[in-house]
Design a protein around this ligand. Structure first.
Ligand code: FPP
Length: 247
């Protein structure tokens, strides 16, 4: 375990891995090389999270909007994810890491869905850390599907409209059972959430790092944890410094 000496470590870190294309462009390389390097950064992130004591790591691997990219790039990204699961699943399992997949899976292709299900099934009992892979994920789509489930449950008489509260919604999201992210990191200098965990991000600390995703490493991860540790989380209340003075 790394000795970071921070007063607080986030329980759940979520990452928008952005900038693979720009990293490649900067070097005159095809975008696919950027995505390849991005997978190495994924491995670094998983290792760093485990070693710093983070219990949940969520990675935005493929958004429901990414299908609008050129066919060849979609194939590259799907191929990388398939290879990542085939090659790294045994290692992740050995490291006692549980894998959860969030996102719409109904209409997923037969060359990817069984792999995702196998990854979840194989690692179901693991307890060291949970790696949540957001694939074919969009927060509005996730919330829309949850609202549909709520409506069906009300219609079936399983739930009264007056019993609808944030827990009733949260338990029908893909992230049911996963605590909200304490820290959301986005690389590449862009400062937006891009339809990522919109419900769950209500009180998340957001940290935007200038580096492109392929350059993300242990040092960058620790930098984000340091920024997080220096923040004063208030959840709509008063700051701990204020309450300490006021009593
Ligand atoms: C953003 O870069 C990155 C993605 C759309 C995909 C991230 C995917 C990986 C790192 C590989 C597969 C994932 C796993 C979990 C193994 P961009 O292409 O949007 O970059 P740009 O904004 O510079 O064009």
């Amino acid at each position: 375990m790394a000795n970071l000496d921070l007063p607080v470590i986030p329980q759940h870190v979520a990452i928008i891995m952005d900038g693979n294309g720009r990293w490649a462009k900067q070097r005159g390389l095809p975008r696919t090389i950027g995505h390849n390097k991005g997978v190495e950064a994924v491995r670094e992130a998983v290792k760093a999270a485990g070693e710093t004591g983070v219990k949940f790591l969520t990675l935005f691997a493929f958004s429901s909007e990414n299908w609008s990219r050129p066919e060849s790039e979609i194939e590259d990204l799907l191929g990388l994810l398939r290879r990542f699961i085939r090659r790294d699943l045994a290692d992740l399992h050995r490291e006692n890491i549980r894998i959860r997949i969030i996102g719409e899976r109904e209409k997923l292709r037969s060359d990817i869905l069984p792999l995702l299900l196998e990854a979840e099934e194989t690692t179901r009992g693991n307890t060291a850390m949970t790696l949540v892979i957001a694939f074919n994920y969009g927060a509005r789509d996730e919330i829309t599907r949850a609202v549909g489930r709520l409506a069906r449950d009300v219609q079936a008489g399983l739930l009264k409209p007056e019993d609808i509260n944030s827990d009733a919604i949260g338990s029908r999201l893909d992230t049911a059972g996963i605590p909200d992210p304490d820290l959301i990191i986005r690389t590449s200098g862009e400062e937006r959430l891009s339809n990522f965990l919109l419900w769950q991000a209500a009180y998340s600390e957001l940290v935007f790092l200038p580096c492109y995703w392929p350059d993300f490493d242990r040092q960058q991860f620790e930098e984000a944890l340091r920024i997080y540790a220096a923040r004063d989380r208030r959840f709509g209340g008063l700051s701990s410094a204020t309450t300490a003075v006021v009593g």
